[in-house]
Structure formats: structure tokens, C-alpha cells
Write a protein that binds this ligand. Structure first.
Ligand code: ZN
Length: 150
């Protein structure tokens, strides 16, 4: 990631957090939230940066509202042919549908996407000699209290 991209991602992060904060503290100020999310989307579009799907799914495609269940969107489970989650934007009424499949992976989680990314960067992997990488998983066994019900 280049320095320019790092700055841009920092700004995107700030805008997303600011939108969440405004929506939390004064839910009536939807215009400011939409402005933040719209700015966030336009920056990402201009610099061709990809949002993580977890972030992308919280922004309405039509009106750029921040979709938080119970405040600015509704979530319903529907089942006609296949079970789907329907997210409806309260502001503009646009609906998103996501299939409820246990084995579903977004593209960024696919192993093929990771391989493609590795071949594109073409950076030689420097052997790490400075620090020992052998990370032992710290699994301390917590003693489980046995509750005896009398
Ligand atoms: Zn909307």
C-alpha cells in the first residue's frame, strides 16, 4: 500500500466513524450522515479504492445513507425460493438482498483472490531474521468452575 493510499484509507476510516458517531448522537441529522458517506464513496471511487464488504454493505447505494438496523434501515428474513436477508433503507426505500448461505464467501475471502494479489505485487518476500516468528499459541487453560446445584 502506497503512502497516498494510506492517507486516503485514513480519511475514509475517519469519515465512516464520524458518520456512525453523528447517527448515534443525533439520529435526526441524516443529512450530515449522508454527506459523510457520500464523501467517503466519492473518494473511494475517484482513487479506485475498494471498501471492505462489511463497510460497503452499510452504505445505501442510492442515497448514501448509513444503514444501521433499527435506526436507518430495516432487516427482514424472507424465504421464497431461497432464504434471503432483505435490508431496506428507510430514507429512500432501496432494498438489498443477501442470500443466507453458510458456505458463501465474498470474493476478497477467496483463495484465488489472494493468489492473484500475490502475483500482482511481485515483491520478493524478505526472510525475517530480526525477530523470531515462531508464535506459540498462548492457550492458557482456564479452570472451569463446576457449578453444583443443590
Ligand atoms: Zn437509501
Amino acid at each position: 500500500m502506497s503512502v497516498k493510499d494510506k492517507d486516503a484509507y485514513t480519511r475514509l476510516n475517519f469519515l465512516h466513524q464520524a458518520a456512525h458517531l453523528i447517527l448515534n448522537q443525533c439520529p435526526n441529522n441524516q443529512a450530515l450522515v449522508r454527506f459523510y458517506c457520500h464523501t467517503q464513496r466519492s473518494i473511494a471511487k475517484r482513487l479506485v479504492l475498494r471498501h471492505d464488504p462489511s463497510v460497503k454493505r452499510t452504505i445505501c447505494k442510492r442515497c448514501s445513507a448509513l444503514l444501521v438496523p433499527g435506526i436507518s434501515c430495516t432487516i427482514r428474513q424472507r424465504k421464497k425460493n431461497r432464504p434471503v436477508t432483505v435490508i431496506r433503507c428507510v430514507t429512500c426505500g432501496l432494498t438489498k438482498r443477501f442470500e443466507n448461505r453458510r458456505d458463501y464467501q465474498v470474493w476478497s475471502e477467496h483463495s484465488e483472490a489472494q493468489l492473484q494479489h500475490q502475483t500482482l505485487t511481485k515483491e520478493p518476500v524478505a526472510p525475517q531474521t530480526s525477530c523470531d516468528v515462531s508464535q506459540t499459541s498462548k492457550q492458557t487453560e482456564t479452570p472451569r468452575d463446576t457449578v453444583v446445584q443443590s
